[in-house]
Design a protein around this ligand. Structure first.
Ligand code: ATP
Ligand code: MG
Length: 258
């Protein structure tokens, strides 16, 4: 059985997709079997690993609505040693369809049961909303990884996210844990970045990853080449930070198992 990690924060542009792609690729580079699941209708994670979202026969939407088998919709990316369950604009139909269904919040969890046998990690890139799809990800996950931008208002909206996590825990998925809180887009030259980082540290203590993701232009450029940062420029600070995060995620995992 693999570990299912939902990368979630309803705030837009905090680094969910960048984290999903680069964590998945870094774990894969460390010889772990990884499935990246895109459930955002923007399809950014799909494009970011070099798959054209507008040229797909099947997507996660078909799987969630029970119209396709997950194995049929999965793309294998041999260069990255990753598997991808892709998404595109069709995903909005899954959001609507699942809302109308009894137990619609369990669709992703049920879809992943079989697939989970074949992977060490499943990383789910969530959309920027506390939507039915995000609830699906939280219902399916063992842990939720929350990326937080080291900028003003970082903590804004956090209580709504934590409320949603607690509701999912109470009603559907009692085993759900906070996988970790990740500081993203950290700029050491910016005093505010440091202050927010300290604030997060005071607030979250051991839940905060030691690894900090720096603001790094290579991380922003890589998706336009359809590549994770480790394939685009492995020595860049951004790529190195995500490799460090992948190690930290695995360390926490083995500590949990011990
Ligand atoms: P959305 O809420 O729209 O899904 P998101 O939370 O997935 O957004 P990303 O798409 O990962 O956020 O990042 C937002 C933008 O910031 C992107 O253009 C991305 O390339 C850039 N970015 C993310 N992380 C970094 C970083 N550490 N350094 C520089 N740019 C970054
Ligand atoms: Mg995104």
């Amino acid at each position: 059985m693999g570990r299912i990690i939902a990368v979630a924060n309803q705030k837009g542009g905090v680094g969910k997709t960048t984290t999903s792609i680069n964590l998945a690729a870094s774990l894969a580079a460390m010889k772990r079997k990884v499935l990246l699941v895109d459930i955002d209708s923007q399809g950014n994670a799909t494009m970011g690993v070099g798959v054209n979202k507008d040229d797909l026969e099947l997507t996660g939407c078909d799987v969630l609505l029970g119209e396709a088998d997950i194995a049929a919709a999965m793309e294998t990316l041999p260069e990255l040693k990753l598997a991808l369950l892709p998404a595109n604009a069709d995903m909005t139909a899954a959001e609507v369809g699942l809302r109308q269904r009894k137990n619609g919040e369990l669709a992703l969890r049920e879809s992943l049961v079989e697939a989970n046998q074949h992977f060490d990690y499943i990383v789910i890139d969530c959309p920027p909303a506390l939507s039915m799809l995000t609830v699906n990800a939280l219902a399916a996950a063992d842990g939720v990884l929350i990326p937080m931008q080291c900028e003003y208002y970082a903590l804004e909206g956090l209580s709504a996210l934590l409320d949603t996590i607690n509701k999912v825990k109470a009603v559907i998925n009692p085993a759900l844990e906070i996988e970790g809180i990740l500081r993203t887009m950290y700029d050491p030259r910016n005093r505010l970045s440091g202050e927010v980082s300290e604030q997060l540290s005071a607030h979250f203590g051991h839940q905060l990853y030691k690894t900090i993701i720096p603001r790094n232009v290579r991380l922003a450029e890589a998706p336009s080449h359809g590549l994770p940062a480790i394939k685009y420029e492995a020595t860049s600070p951004g790529a190195q930070a995500y490799l460090a995060l992948a190690s930290e995620v695995q360390r926490r995992d083995s500590r949990r198992a011990a």
